[in-house]
Write a protein that binds this ligand. Structure first.
Ligand code: ATP
Ligand code: MG
Length: 401
């Protein structure tokens, strides 16, 4: 019965002069995601409205609609969407449509669960329409009662089992039942590309997701320590990157062997500062690759105070190694909040797999929680060929996906 899926957005609508760019980006992203899933349908944008229609006109097939309902929550920028009946701005046609579809909807509910509660929610942005929102609601509830008998349902204005939505806009009107939640945020591609430091942990995949959600596509870089870490360390991250790529046009994953740097740090530097020195090297290497890939910032999953390398002092000391802006979307997040997002986006089950991590190679038993930046620099100066070492590591980076 549905001949359209209406897409609603919130933040894009506040964009003034740039709104056009954001909407175009949103439409492209919806088209791409549908194409990936081999769903054929039209994505239309007219005067600040975005909706989907079946390729051949007519109504959506059930399986197409099911796929659309699965795909759209992964498209950033959408606040919500509804399968809907697109109609002219005409009360008689609206009522005719209600009398066609409402009995079936009610009967489905009665068969499964019993007598439903019901309400109509109308919105009228078209002020030339003769009825107010309240009057439309009364008109349609009365129609339902006349058709089905007033005993067929109860009225619940707050939380009804069946809500009939009715929107009267300037060029068309809409009837719908269900409102599905979108991912929110901004269309990915509406902000410049970034580079996420992706470990096999829980945090960094969520950080990448949140940054994509704010509009930036991301490439990925992961550090391993072959031969001290196994191939599985990289395989795990590749699986996570593939999962994250389902939210964007595919980003690349660079796998970088940090072991040569770690050996030098082990041989020449203060043991308690190792993790901070690894992290500074990671940011430098990521920055070098980011520049080659035209990425404008780095992203990490750091959360303030989570581990020794994430105290304010150590974060500051690590941060100073980066010429690029470092975005840390989880800096204020609790681990449980992060886990909840990881579960929602499907990275949690991949992150749970236990494989050795690059950072634990030669890790000190008692790491310093406050390494001043000047001391870190002095330690790094003890590695004679530090700059060359980093360049060689970057040259040997492998594109994994
Ligand atoms: P996560 O934070 O992803 O759960 P983790 O807890 O093992 O993994 P931390 O020690 O918290 O990692 O590291 C903080 C951040 O540093 C990570 O979120 C990630 O952005 C980056 N990072 C750490 N290890 C690596 C690695 N091996 N490769 C790429 N980035 C890494
Ligand atoms: Mg972490």
């Amino acid at each position: 019965m549905y001949n359209c899926v209406i897409c609603r957005y919130h933040e894009i609508a506040t964009k003034g002069n740039n709104r056009n760019m954001f909407e175009k980006c949103l439409v492209e992203n919806i088209r791409r995601q549908l194409k990936r899933a081999e769903v054929e349908c039209k994505v239309l944008r007219v005067r600040g409205r975005v909706w989907l229609e079946p390729e051949d006109g007519g109504v959506f097939a059930d399986d197409t609609l099911e796929k659309i309902i699965r795909i759209l929550p992964g498209v950033f920028g959408l606040q919500s969407f509804s399968p809907a009946m697109l109609l002219p701005v005409d009360l008689e046609q609206i009522k005719e449509c209600v009398s066609r579809v409402l009995p079936g909807k009610m009967q489905d509910f009665i068969r499964l669960k019993g007598k439903p509660s019901f309400r109509v929610r109308a919105r009228r942005s078209n002020k030339r329409f003769p009825l107010t929102s309240k009057e439309i609601e009364i008109e349609l509830v009365t129609l339902a009662g006349d058709m089905l008998g007033n005993d067929a349902f109860t009225i619940d204005l707050d939380a009804a089992d069946i809500t009939l939505g009715c929107e009267i806009r300037d060029e068309f009107s809409l009837l719908y039942f269900d409102i599905y939640e979108g991912a929110g945020g901004l269309p990915v591609g509406s902000n410049p590309r970034v580079m996420t430091l992706l470990s096999g942990g829980i945090d960094s995949p969520v950080a990448a997701y949140l940054i994509m959600k704010r509009g930036s596509p991301t490439d990925f870089i992961t550090f391993h320590s072959s031969p001290y870490t196994p191939q599985e360390t990289v395989d795990k991250v590749r699986n996570i990157a593939v999962k994250l790529n389902s939210f964007q046009r595919n980003g690349r994953l660079f796998a970088v062997n940090l072991a040569p740097l770690q050996r030098a740090v082990r041989d020449f530097c203060n043991e308690r500062m190792r993790t901070v020195l690894y992290r500074r090297a990671m940011l430098r290497i990521a920055g070098m690759l980011a520049k080659k890939c035209d990425c404008r910032a780095l992203v990490t999953g750091d959360a303030l105070g989570q581990v020794a390398s994430q105290t304010v002092v150590n974060m500051d000391t690590i941060n100073r190694a980066s010429e690029l802006l470092v975005l840390r979307p989880l800096v204020g997040a609790d681990k449980l909040e992060t886990i909840r997002i990881a579960e929602k986006i499907g990275t949690m089950e991949l992150s749970k797999e236990q494989v050795p991590d690059s950072c634990t190679v030669f890790a000190p038993a008692n790491p310093s929680t406050a390494v001043p930046a000047e001391l870190a620099e002095l330690e790094e100066a003890k590695i004679a060929d530090y700059g060359d070492l980093l360049e060689k590591i970057v040259e040997e980076a492998v594109i994994e996906a």
